[in-house]
Ligand binder design. Sequence first.
Ligand code: FAD
Length: 478
Amino acid sequence: MGDDIDAAKADLLIVGAGTAGLPAAIEAARHGLRVTVVEQADQVGGTLWRSWAQLSAGGTALQRERGIHDSPDLHFDDVMRISKNTADPELVRLAVDHAPETVDWLMSAGFDMDPAAPAILYFHEPYTLPRTYWGTRGGNSVLEVLIPRFERVCAEGSVTLLLNTTVTALRADGPNRVAGVTVFGPDGVRADLDADHVLLTSGGYSGNAELFPQLTGGAPLVGPGAPTSTGTGLLAALDLGATTRGGDLFLPTYGGVLLPDSPSRTVPLDDYPQLTPQSRLPWEIHVNERGERFVAEDTDSVDVRERALLDQPGLRFWVVYDDAVRQKAPALFPSWAEEDLSEAFATHPSFATADTIEELGELAGVDPAGLTRSVEEYNAAVASGVDQLGREHLPLPIERAPYYAVRNHGSTLKSPAGLVVDKDLRVVGGSGPVENLYAAGEVLGGSTLSGKSFVSGMSVTPALSFGRLIGRRAAGSA
Ligand SMILES: Cc1cc2nc3c(=O)[nH]c(=O)nc-3n(C[C@H](O)[C@H](O)[C@H](O)COP(=O)(O)OP(=O)(O)OC[C@H]3O[C@@H](n4cnc5c(N)ncnc54)[C@H](O)[C@@H]3O)c2cc1C
């Protein structure tokens, strides 16, 4: 037993102090439990520090105030429609039933809701009703509610927080129980911590480029995920006999530019190019490495664009345009200053510029002959008003040097695979549910509640809701 680690037995031990772990600890402590929270990082918050944290719920007080007639049932129908029935109906039901109470709770706690919310947003396939909510500062707005409440229960002595401490194993206590966890703390101190209940809220694995393809049918990791999304909590459960599902439901987010020095990490999501036609109609063409266009760039459905990208080599595409478009179109990179963009075209490996289309193809890594053909065909479509792929927004031909190409990758905002759990969110091991081991948040798999699609708000809201629910349930059975 390590000298530096508080090893008193907990009623509830929580692995990971992020989106799901913080509300679980707050709720369990409010219900009288003695809680230990183990967090590998040197701060709490997890993915919320970088997440947009858009939430979704049908039947909230805010919707009623705005005269929006919505309900968990309508939310459920929309999730199953958008996911083409690939989401888990039982857990979606649990999530949508608890979502309004979660959003109402945030509001009652002073959440700084953006005045434009709730709304229908188009970064993902849209809901049929205004049902997406977000704080003015994204995930930070959620943290502004969670952290003071978490600090309070720590100060009151009901929660012990162990920072810089990683859970490396779950300790079995017979076939269907756990006795606690093994941790490594600061300076490599190892300890076995005992608990009546263990909750895995260790997040996804979208910060682990090695593990990602192993759990996701070989798909490469490219994205802005948190480095703390290591997947180690999930691996600990697998060692105990748990199984994963959903790795075959990978779908890339449409677009994302790598950091100049990384093969897998992208620029922050806020710095992605604006490729959502409902926000900015495309003035560019999108081509694969053969130089071929593969989708009508202005199609309303992001799902259609994402699925088309899934078939492109390396999940890569290039956004190609010319000087006239650069001068006349609304900004392709709204958050970038003009000098940053010029600097990128001079130095960034994903950005290329040239005086001819052939040279652009060579510099960018796109087949020059294919690119030339696509530009010619597109220019003919602009002239005739009829595009082979059905694109309707045809503002300008691509014909005025210099020409530009920006390499994009299908990217990952959440890891698809996750632990199999039962309807009570207990992890299912080799011989059935482990009676005192629960999981919530992205460790359940990003595809569990969205299927092979992206459904607005269906990661952060259920992480908060399920965390709170398990905190209460653990108290109920303690
Ligand atoms: C850029 C971006 C934007 C997003 N936008 C949205 C959005 O708008 N809406 C939405 O619904 N979803 C969104 N998501 C996804 C969503 O934010 C996440 O799925 C969710 O926040 C994950 O919550 P979590 O509690 O499961 O994990 P996290 O919040 O990541 O917390 C997990 C915690 O566990 C700790 N941990 C991990 N392993 C261990 C271990 N072995 N021992 C101890 N501690 C450990 C980690 O350090 C971390 O603090 C976005 C994701 C990204 C990256």
